[in-house]
Write a protein that binds this ligand. Structure first.
Ligand SMILES: Cc1cc2nc3c(=O)[nH]c(=O)nc-3n(C[C@H](O)[C@H](O)[C@H](O)COP(=O)(O)OP(=O)(O)OC[C@H]3O[C@@H](n4cnc5c(N)ncnc54)[C@H](O)[C@@H]3O)c2cc1C
Length: 395
């Protein structure tokens, strides 16, 4: 019997999960990494500190030129990649910053997906090709000041006036809002919740930015104000009525997040590992202390578990599709574990851990938003609970 010598693994991938990826999947990952390293990494800490995402339109075009916008959608200029390739792209984007991944998620999985899945042929032709190239940025308005986890209570209304629709209301915490050319806005109508494709230059529409954020600072977040926004009859998304519409879009975006959070975690872990090897206290590197090794080992285990879960869910999505509770399982676990990894990495960096000279504090603060948006950790817990027991504990 021949004995094989197992190759020495990469410390960032101790289990050798990379071997489960195809050359095409690795190529997508590599291309995204290259773009992030060249165009965003050198600037991201500064943007974060100043709370801006300058040249966001140029950035969107660059992301579009690589096929990253609506990348898992078919046709209309979209790349039509697999769910796993989309997930790997999200991971690399978020290893740079959750704000960058949010830009791509909201564009592709929320705004474009809504139009692609529920839009008319004309709406698809009008918006999707321009959104795929990044020429048009989209946003997705569901949350309101008084209705977050419970969007069914939304107050934004769309009423008929002749054949037109007139929208009034207010949306809150909307990613990409102030830089969007098109907003997918969900509003209550006589027939239930409907989605509307709103060009943002329509009179009565405005999107003031939300300032003073302590998280996702390199991401545009806005209010949407709808004051008698008059739209033609064909502005409504024809193929869906009810909350099933926005919730199925959220399910798509949550899938990207369960991969993306691992990118933020990997960046923190990598930083902590190299810091622990370099920094000496009591005459030896931090990495030589058992307590530090326990932290590093536990982070490596969670990163491995989370990546296996993401890859399994991705393969399953490509093969048979995912149930919402399966996406909840992934989002809940991977964001929670990413936050734990960020916090543990922060402790290894000591005081330097709170400095923006290192990416850890930035990722940690970002992950607080990631924990809350696209369904809070509590909502995902309740969805899993319902799937397990058949009982809804939401109300
Ligand atoms: C940076 C950022 C970007 C965002 N981008 C978008 C976007 O592009 N589009 C969009 O529509 N929204 C967006 N959101 C909004 C986000 O989806 C909401 O914040 C989220 O759904 C939670 O709503 P809320 O903040 O109103 O919290 P609430 O719903 O008020 O919840 C507050 C707390 O109560 C808990 N809670 C609520 N109900 C229950 C219950 N039944 N049982 C137990 N606990 C409960 C929640 O889990 C949470 O911990 C964004 C948010 C942030 C922070």
């Amino acid at each position: 019997m021949s004995r094989k010598t197992a190759p020495k693994p990469d410390p960032l991938d101790l289990a050798g999960i990379d071997d489960l990826l195809s050359p095409e999947e690795k190529a997508v990952r590599q291309a995204v990494r290259r773009l992030c390293d060249a165009s965003v990494e050198p600037c991201i800490a500064g943007w974060y500190e100043s709370g801006e995402l300058p040249a966001v339109r140029e950035l969107a075009r660059e992301l579009g030129s690589l096929g990253l916008l609506g990348m898992h959608l078919e046709g209309y200029g979209c790349a039509g990649t697999s769910a796993v390739e989309y997930g790997l792209a999200c991971l690399e984007l978020e290893a740079t910053d959750s704000g960058l991944r949010s830009l791509v998620s909201v564009q592709g999985s929320l705004a474009m997906y809504a139009i692609h899945r529920f839009g008319s042929e004309e709406q698809k032709r009008q918006w999707l090709p321009r959104m795929a190239t990044g020429e048009a940025i989209g946003c997705f308005g569901l949350t309101e000041p008084d209705h977050g986890s419970d969007p069914g209570g939304m107050r934004t209304r769309a009423r008929r006036d002749g054949s037109d629709w007139v929208l009034d209301g207010r949306k809150m915490w909307i990613t990409n809002g102030s830089v969007a050319s098109v907003a997918v806005v969900w509003a209550r109508t006589e027939d239930g919740v409907r989605g509307f494709v709103v060009p943002t230059d329509t009179p009565g529409f405005s999107a003031p930015p939300i300032k003073h954020k302590g998280s996702l600072r390199a991401s545009v977040t806005s209010e949407l104000l709808l004051d008698g926004v008059r739209l033609p009859a064909d502005a409504v998304l024809p193929e869906v009525t009810g909350l099933r519409g926005p919730l199925s879009c959220l399910n798509e975006a949550r899938y990207g997040i369960l991969w993306g959070a691992l990118g933020a975690a990997r960046s923190c872990f990598r930083t902590a590992l190299s810091y622990a090897k370099e920094r000496e206290q009591f005459g030896k590197p931090l990495a030589g202390f058992q307590l530090t090794q326990a932290k590093l080992a536990s982070m490596a285990v969670e990163l491995t578990n989370g990546t296996l879960l993401a890859l399994h869910l991705g393969r399953r999505k490509d093969a048979v599709g995912l149930r919402p509770e399966q996406v909840s399982l992934g989002k809940l676990n991977n964001v929670n574990k990413a936050l734990e990894i960020a916090r543990t990495s922060r402790t290894i960096l000591g005081a330097n851990g709170v400095s923006f000279e290192y990416p850890v504090m930035r990722h940690m603060a970002n992950l607080e938003s990631v924990l809350t948006y696209e369904g809070t950790a509590e909502m995902h817990t309740l969805m899993i609970g319902q799937a397990l027991t058949g009982e809804s504990a939401l109300r």
